[in-house]
Design a protein. Structure first.
Length: 280
């Protein structure tokens, strides 16, 4: 019998994926996955619908989140098995949305000044509460001003570019604390995606672990096979109790190369994460 597999990094349309929470659970069933973690950027709003669909399709759905945190620029922190009713967490997420709104309205004003016919209300109707630069990139593609989302990031919505404005990001230590306080299990997301050299990577890992992070996302489509094998070996041989996770970073059509369930992740990794959570 095939061993049980999971995908612990999945986005929904509540952040910047093209697929609804129910839709992604259905896809997980079709892909033969036993469990998925919903890890939307800075929101837990997709969990309830996904959990209902999990009952419907017989897929275990883990409540998670992916914070965009402030650390030498931007580092992502994943939180698994969080209590999605935790008041402190919900307040912090509300503050992040308000700050995004302020930033996003500046970007809309700049686009309108350049003759692009959009309104923020329309964007919220279409994209939901958590609106980010990937959505602006999509609008630029639809208006023929960029060839692709990537092209939009390279020329128009990247840092300091024409359709960019700063937002206040939450410090990495605070995001780890919020996840812990919600009974969850904090992980460093895709460590090889930040372009760090070995020394900076080691510093990041030590910093996060010393502030309460419990694991590292080892398997991710942005990691090479060599990087994944090397990191897995380092963690297995280390005297510390560092957990491992992995997933596809599925975004539907927004990142068409990220396929649900790839790279493969064994169910045993999720069992260890659940054991480290206060909510299971
Ligand atoms: P925001 O948090 O709204 O400023 O948007 C940042 C998000 O944009 C990141 O979390 C990424 O998911 C996405 N992003 C950043 N750079 C790129 C890129 N070059 N191509 C596609 N998406 C990107
Ligand atoms: Zn995303
Ligand atoms: Fe990420
Ligand atoms: Fe992600």
């Amino acid at each position: 019998m095939l061993s049980k597999r999971v995908d612990l990094h999945v986005h929904t349309s509540e952040s910047d994926s093209s697929v609804s929470p129910r839709g992604v659970v259905k896809l997980a069933k079709e892909a033969g996955l036993s469990a998925i973690a919903i890890t939307d950027h800075d929101t837990i709003l997709g969990f309830e619908e996904a959990a209902d669909a999990g009952m419907e399709f017989g897929v275990e759905v883990i409540p998670g989140i992916e914070f965009s945190t402030r650390y030498n620029g931007m580092v992502h922190i994943l939180g698994y098995c969080i209590d999605t009713t935790n008041a402190e967490l919900l307040q912090a997420l509300d503050d992040i949305i308000k700050d995004r709104d302020t930033r996003n309205k500046k970007i809309v004003d700049q686009m309108r000044a350049d003759g692009i016919d959009i309104s923020y209300d329309e964007m919220m109707d279409r994209f939901g509460l958590v609106i980010g630069r990937p959505h602006f990139a999509q609008i630029l593609v639809e208006n023929g001003m960029a060839e692709s989302v990537k092209d939009a990031f390279n020329r128009l919505v990247g840092k300091n570019m024409r359709y960019w404005a700063p937002r206040t990001t939450v410090p990495i230590e605070r995001c780890i604390e919020l996840i812990l306080n919600a009974g969850g299990v904090p992980f460093i997301a895709h460590p090889f995606e930040y372009g760090y050299d070995k020394e900076k990577l080691v510093t990041l890992v030590h910093h996060c672990l010393s502030h309460g992070a419990k694991g590292i996302e080892v398997r991710h489509p942005s990691h090479t096979k060599q990087q994944m094998e090397h990191l897995e070996r380092l963690i297995s041989e280390s005297p510390y109790d560092v957990l491992m996770s992995g997933g596809s970073d599925f975004h539907g059509d927004v990142k068409p190369n990220n396929l649900l369930g790839i790279p493969e992740v064994p169910y045993e990794w999720l069992e260890k994460i659940k054991a480290a959570s206060k909510n299971y």
